[in-house]
Design a protein around this ligand. Structure first.
Ligand code: ATP
Length: 270
């Protein structure tokens, strides 16, 4: 099957610091692709390359068979969860409408059509009940559903997600990740999901790109999330424990703030 995202010999470096090099990667339509790694390993920079916001040092990056470019309609983007101030006057449906016609200049030509599309998107993410509520009054999880709806407005072929579950409680993490997975299944949308924590999405992930220390590994979670592979990437003894369908990484280097729920799961595994 043709790939929708393709990197060939990709290298990204800033000054003397190489984030990755010789990265060859093809992501297929409908694939759920997770990008993992410690702070500063280059996960956000990876998304920026695909968004056309960050030039590679060398190599090529293509979307839908063409070089990446800013503002590509092939892409939907879900940013990190940041709460709107409580007094934000914009209603939930206005936020979603920005995704539908926010890219066009001037007066909306077909408000009826926009409204129908917004209704459809709100329903898709289960947000119809609070369509008219100001966004600042909604919970973090409800706000994030709206960002998913906004990102899906143009029917993207690739959904780029930058830690979309951050600061959501477990219930909302599950709901938002299930929503993103449903979209990828039903519309064959490729999902590139940057995260510190694989467990909330473990049941959906097809492949992982693990970035660490200027190097990377790509493969299925079973191939990459192993004691051997992560110890090699980190250059120190790291232990990967699989328990109750979850993955716990123990013994990450001190300077690494990244974890896979090692703290919160320590009791569960012991
Ligand atoms: N435009 C830039 N110029 C110089 N250095 C940069 C630039 N953009 C990113 N960096 C550096 O590249 C490294 C990777 O940054 P990036 O934000 O991609 O990491 P990350 O894996 O997303 O980190 P985090 O998990 O903390 O969000 C960091 O050390 C950052 O300071």
């Amino acid at each position: 099957m043709e790939s929708v995202v393709s990197l060939k010999g990709a290298c990204l470096k800033f000054g003397q610091r190489t984030l990755w090099e010789d990265l060859d990667l093809d992501i297929r339509p409908g694939e759920f692709f997770a990008v993992l790694g410690p702070n500063g390993s280059g996960k956000t920079s990876f998304l920026k390359v695909l968004l056309g916001l960050q030039k590679l040092h060398s190599g090529q990056a293509e979307l839908g068979g063409r070089p990446v470019e800013r503002g590509s309609s092939l892409i939907g983007y879900i940013p990190q969860q940041k709460s709107f101030p409580p007094d934000t006057p914009m209603r939930a449906r206005d936020l979603v409408a920005l995704g539908v016609d926010g890219h066009r200049w001037g007066i909306r030509l077909q408000p009826g059509r926009t409204n129908r599309k917004v209704d459809q998107l709100l329903e898709m993410v289960g947000a119809s009940d609070y369509a008219k509520v100001p966004v600042g009054q909604l919970s973090g999880g409800e706000q994030q559903r709206l960002r998913v709806a906004q990102a899906l407005a143009t029917g993207p072929q690739v959904l780029l997600c930058d830690e979309p579950l951050l600061s959501l409680d477990l219930h909302h993490q599950q709901a938002v990740s299930a929503l993103i997975h449903q979209q990828s299944r039903e519309h064959d949308t490729a999902v590139v999901f940057v995260t510190h924590e694989i467990n909330p999405i473990i049941e959906y992930v097809d492949r992982v790109l693990y970035l660490a220390g200027g190097r990377f590994r790509v493969g299925t979670p079973d191939e990459v999330m192993t004691t051997e592979v992560l110890s090699d990437l980190y250059g120190s003894n790291v232990e990967v424990i699989h328990a109750n369908g979850r993955i716990v990484v123990v013994g990450l280097p001190d300077a690494t703030t990244h974890h896979h729920g090692a703290d919160s799961l320590a009791g569960e595994v012991a």
